[in-house]
Design a protein around this ligand. Structure first.
Ligand code: PA5
Length: 478
């Protein structure tokens, strides 16, 4: 579907090929032929593992999970859209109920149970969502993210804001506790504090605290066991066993928070999933042409293993995609940072970071590959102004818009890097909306799995994260 309305694309040849930056630093035609053969092998391996994950785990003789559930998740959710008692219907009804119940909604979670929802919120909601009047928020509550740290001062401030007043609503806030395991310390601590605060505030008011809390969790664990009694939750949403945290954005982990803030309601959620599904279809076509997920994986693999670009910079040219960058940081770091390999992911926003890191990128160590995310067209643009007291600059901007300036900055920066033999690539979004974001997130998840296969590491599981949790518990026992 490349070229069809709204399809995202990867632009690399003019920035990263040997013709662009020379054969020492760019990708050679011979390397593309070699990697295409490797991609065909990876495709066969992925198809085999997806068809029978249990058999694949047995053959490998390892207890690392094979969490391929994310791959077909958008298709599955779209197929079940009309089911009267399906999860999507429950998400829609619960979101409406919670929006009527309270003016504020707190999303509690960390890592894969947080970053996807935050990326969706920052990319799709009005940047000043929480400050808008309720009608301008399309009746959606103000949204807060907590439970992603142990930061007492921050938590105290959130509680003050959340419990400040009920603004004519039955309760001061509602909350969604997201934790696949139900056992993550940060989320558990903050959940207990927040629930305690609401219980104290509501003792007199007579609102059922249970009505204010929903949980998004795995099939077992403490949250699930709390049940739907007075000390439990008014609704449960599932994190399927076969989907790992950082791959879970198209489950209730991302969709329930989105239903709480989306101005376009469930139609917007549908578009997100359609984007993801369409990207999956492209990823299942040929391994190279019209397959940005496989191409991106292969190019990053060459950058890392053949050119020793050990730092991978994701550079959106809009602040709205900064959290998407942080989401990808986790996806790449936890999936590929194993066996003493895997590039170090990093997010920077253009043009902002050009004024902080730009010098290092242009003339510092040749250890990085930059991937831009460029949005071609924006819904609200404005003519570039005349600059008071600066005729030269005003002449330069004549006839341009502010968005033209952003596009010129991105292109100009890439040219400057290329002139010094520094490669880049760009993911181009025709617009930034739910449909293109769905494509982008599914592209990066599929690419991460493909890259793990090329690199020889399991893209699922995060054994290293367990170690810090154990040592932290040791410290608390002292
Ligand atoms: O990607 C992952 O699996 C992790 O980042 C988890 O999402 C994170 O540790 C939180 O775990 P949980 O959802 O069990 O609270």
């Amino acid at each position: 579907m490349d070229g069809s309305a709204g399809a995202i694309r990867l632009e690399w040849e003019q920035w990263f090929s040997e013709d662009a930056v020379g054969s020492e630093r760019g990708v050679r035609a011979s390397e593309i032929r070699t990697v295409q053969r490797a991609l065909r092998r990876v495709r066969r391996e992925i198809d085999r593992e997806r068809a029978d994950p249990a058999e694949a785990v047995r053959r490998r003789g390892s207890d690392e999970p094979l969490d391929y559930g994310f791959w077909d998740c958008p298709r599955r959710v779209l197929d079940s859209w009309q089911q009267p008692d399906g999860e999507i219907r429950r998400i829609a009804l619960t979101a409406e109920r919670l929006a009527r119940l309270a003016e504020r909604h707190i999303v509690l979670g960390i890592g894969g149970s947080y970053l996807g929802a935050k990326a969706l919120f920052d990319a799709l909601a009005d940047p000043y969502h929480n400050e808008l009047a309720r009608e301008s928020r399309h009746g959606r509550p103000r949204i807060y993210f907590e439970g992603n740290n142990v930061d007492a001062a921050q938590l105290a401030a959130t509680l003050r804001a959340a419990c400040a007043d009920r603004g004519g609503f039955a309760a001061p806030f509602s909350a969604n506790v997201i934790s696949k395991s139900g056992a993550t310390l940060e989320t558990s601590v903050v959940y207990s504090v927040v629930r305690g605060a609401l219980e104290a505030a509501e003792r007199a008011a007579g609102v059922s605290v249970r009505d204010c809390f929903v949980a998004t969790t795995g099939p077992t664990g403490i949250l699930r066991e709390a049940g739907d009694g007075p000390d439990g939750f008014s609704a449960f949403f599932d994190v399927p066993d076969e989907i790992g945290g950082r791959y879970s954005v198209f489950t209730a982990v991302g969709l329930m928070p989105m239903a709480m803030f989306a101005a376009g309601g469930m139609d917007e959620v549908y578009r997100l999933l359609e984007g993801a599904r369409d990207m999956t279809d492209r990823a299942e076509g040929g391994v190279w042409d019209d397959n940005p997920a496989y191409q991106y994986a292969a190019l990053q693999h060459i950058a890392h293993t053949k050119r020793k670009y050990t730092i991978r910079v994701m550079s959106p040219w809009t602040r709205r995609l900064e959290s998407l960058g942080f989401w990808y940081d986790q996806l790449a770091a936890e999936s590929l940072g194993k066996k003493e390999t895997g590039a170090t992911p990093l997010t920077m926003v253009g043009t902002r970071e050009l004024h902080s890191r730009g010098q290092q990128h242009q003339e510092g160590r040749r250890d990085k590959i930059i991937t831009n995310i460029i949005v071609e067209s924006v819904p609200e643009d404005m003519p570039a102004p005349r600059i008071r007291g600066d005729k030269k600059m005003s002449d330069l901007l004549e006839g341009k818009t502010v968005h033209d300036m952003s596009l010129a900055a991105a292109r100009g920066t890439n040219r400057a890097y290329r002139e010094d033999g520094r490669p880049t690539m760009s993911i181009i979004l025709p617009v930034l909306d739910a449909y293109t974001l769905g494509q982008l997130m599914q592209m990066l998840m599929i690419a991460t799995v493909v890259e793990g296969k090329l690199l020889g590491v399991s893209p699922f599981g995060q054994p290293g994260v367990r170690v810090y949790k154990e040592r932290m518990a040791d410290e608390l026992r002292r």
